[in-house]
Design a protein around this ligand. Structure first.
Ligand SMILES: C[S@@+](CC[C@H](N)C(=O)[O-])C[C@H]1O[C@@H](n2cnc3c(N)ncnc32)[C@H](O)[C@@H]1O
Length: 387
């Protein structure tokens, strides 16, 4: 195998140049940990509507290193089972495991403010590359990483060993944390969750930090950084945009079937105050998830090509359907919750507040609730209680 030291140094330099990599100890980790070891047996490269399998075994070694050190996320599993060695042609599928873009994982690890001796819990081992970076910084004994997919966990464990790290790779549902090695100084999730499980708070020392992507849409999600207090609560804010595959137990089941049948009976119909196309943008999409946490935005098309836009909350049997007439929009709503009323109220209040970005959102996590707010705006406050 080719020596990847030059690629590792180039990756570290690029991350530093882009302002992502600032700590010398993390720089040493990026320069030391070979990303290619974690991509066995191969990756799927995004070709738009299909994924092209590329394996180490079938690729020229220099070309393979180029692939391994791409600045992008490298998908390693599709649809919860398919790996690149099992496909010979481009395939369709949904990514279910990956080596996240180095800028994202390195940026997240920097945000943790790691110090020597810290004990870290990672949720979503994936390839094991991010765990390896933390093992390099803290020592393998101080890193516990949990992966829900047994095959993925096994591959990550083998890769970590190949890289020289005998760390705790646990197969299980990371939403439960890993009590065996608790308490932790830091918890980092490299999958997205709808809300921070309270088990993570309970397994973190007072003063410890939890970092996780919050939300259930494929975009419009935020990176939450909260600090645990002495009373078993945690408080902090959204520190930026972040996009990760959803934790498997919380993955959204797409609304399927005959959408016209699901929207046949309407309780109200009116013009909208703001266009639903606002939800194409990140922060409005984030606010929509705060206003109606279980709603899904669904796009479809009639057989004649007419585009259709809906919001559905399957659990509460509610929907909103939008139709455009030039620049104006009509919303039909049905079910016990007027989904668009709640979202629209948030969007209008947000516009009145000067359209602040996602990093103005603060949150507090207690055993029974998540509360989100933007300072100085009483109408931009949402409390999500556990049912
Ligand atoms: C984006 S990948 C992780 C990236 C990884 N840390 C890296 O860069 O090498 C997300 C991983 O989270 C895992 N995952 C999803 N839900 C999980 C859960 N409830 N508990 C633990 N792992 C989970 C997926 O199987 C997937 O491997």
């Amino acid at each position: 195998m080719n020596d990847s030291a030059p690629e590792r140094r180039r990756l570290a330099a690029r991350l530093a140049q882009n302002g992502v990599l600032t700590s010398p100890w993390l720089c040493s980790a990026v320069e030391a940990v070979p990303r290619e070891l974690f991509l066995h047996p191969g990756v799927f490269l995004d070709e738009g509507s299909t994924w092209r399998p590329v394996t180490a075994a079938d690729t020229d070694p220099a070309e393979w290193l180029k692939t391994a050190y791409r600045y992008d996320t490298l998908t390693t599993q599709l649809d919860g089972h398919l790996t690149a060695d099992q496909a010979s042609d481009p395939v369709q599928g949904v990514p279910t495991s990956s080596s996240t873009a180095p800028a994202t994982v390195v940026g997240m690890i920097e945000s943790l403010g790691l110090q020597a001796g810290h004990r870290v819990l990672e949720i979503g081992t994936g390839t094991g590359y991010s765990a390896a970076l933390m093992c390099h910084c803290l020592g393998a004994d101080n890193v516990t990483t949990v992966e829900v997919d047994p095959d993925v966990a096994q591959r990550a464990d083998a890769a970590l060993e190949r890289a020289g790290f005998w760390t705790w790779t646990v197969t299980g549902d990371g939403l439960l944390g890993c009590p065996r090695n608790a308490p932790y100084d830091r918890v980092i999730a490299t999958c997205a969750v709808r809300r921070i499980p309270h088990t993570w708070v309970r397994q973190t020392k007072p003063g410890g930090i939890i970092l996780s992507t919050l939300g259930s849409w494929p975009y419009g999600t935020g990176l939450a950084k909260v600090t645990v207090d002495d009373n078993g609560n945690a408080e902090g804010r959204i520190i930026g945009r972040s996009s990760f595959m959803q934790a498997r137990a919380q993955a959204v089941v797409p609304v399927a079937g005959d959408l016209s049948a699901r929207t046949a009976y309407t309780d109200s119909e009116r013009g909208t105050r703001v266009p639903p196309t606002m939800l194409d943008d990140w922060m409005p999409a984030f606010l929509a998830q705060l206003a109606v946490p279980r709603a899904q935005l669904v796009r479809a098309a009639r057989s004649d090509g007419t585009k259709l836009l809906y919001l559905f909350d399957p659990e509460r049997e509610s929907f909103a359907q939008f139709t455009a007439d030039g620049d104006s929009w009509t919303v039909r709503q049905g079910g016990p919750v007027a989904l668009w009323d709640d979202i629209e109220e948030a969007l209008v209040a947000w516009q009145h507040a000067g359209s602040p970005d996602v990093d103005t959102v603060q949150l507090r996590v207690t055993p029974g609730s998540h509360t989100y707010w933007i300072d100085g705006n009483p109408s931009l406050c949402w409390e999500h209680r556990l049912a």
